[in-house]
Ligand binder design. Structure first.
Ligand code: FES
Ligand code: FES
Length: 204
């Protein structure tokens, strides 16, 4: 029968195709990507969903879970825009397979709504400091920077030096040039979180 049929692209996106000849539908097995069921812990909640085997963690997070704060920049683990927390460490998600998230605790920027997560006080302090210091311009890199800085503050032991902050944020590119404002904001948030910051002055 002629008509519209539903299918899934290799990226796991649903599409509809107009089928002229029923003998050509469904597509040959070699063209079909099988969907797998996953159960993950994201932002403190267990979620179950289906995705194609070749989906990346970022595609899952943005397209299927609707958590769009994590951005697609380079797609090659080079810019930092897609970073999320995985078991408390800041990691790029643009090339990571969905399978790599199984059994891990994944945290995105949207987790700030969940007060029960250990990362939330750090994330909220950073968000406030970023706003106070106007550390975002276009904002494209900001989610990744906030995640990277959250991991830094969470895992710091009592003191933090400016060198530590610079090294932690090294993977994050910002084409708007907010680096010095970000540096100031992270220092402010670190102090608010009870850390002692050893630093040289950052010029205005
Ligand atoms: S989009 Fe992942 S590092 Fe650039
Ligand atoms: S604020 Fe625009 S890329 Fe960083």
């Amino acid at each position: 029968m002629r008509g519209f049929e539903r299918g899934y692209s290799t990226q796991g996106l649903r599409f509809y195709a107009f089928v002229k000849d029923p003998l050509t539908w469904p597509l040959p097995k070699s063209k079909v990507t099988m969907l797998q069921t996953h159960q993950l812990n994201v932002n403190g909640q267990v979620v179950t969903f289906k995705s194609s085997a070749d989906s990346t963690a970022l595609q899952l997070i943005r397209n299927q879970l609707g958590l769009t704060a994590s951005r697609y920049g380079c797609g090659q683990e080079q810019c930092g825009a897609c970073h999320v927390l995985i078991d408390g460490q800041s990691k790029p998600s643009c090339q990571l397979s969905v399978d790599a998230l199984v059994g891990r605790r994944v945290v995105t920027l949207e987790s700030a709504q969940n007060p029960d997560l250990p990362s939330t006080p750090y994330l909220k302090a950073l968000q406030s400091a970023f706003i106070a210091e106007q550390a975002a311009q276009c904002g494209y890199c900001t989610s990744g920077l906030l995640i990277g800085a959250t991991a830094l503050l969470m895992n710091a032991h009592e003191t933090l030096s400016e060198r530590h902050i610079r090294e932690a944020l090294e993977p994050h590119l910002c084409r708007c040039g907010t680096h010095l404002r970000v540096l100031r904001a992270v220092k402010i948030a670190a102090v608010q979180c009870g850390l002692k910051v050893i630093s040289t002055e950052v010029p205005a």
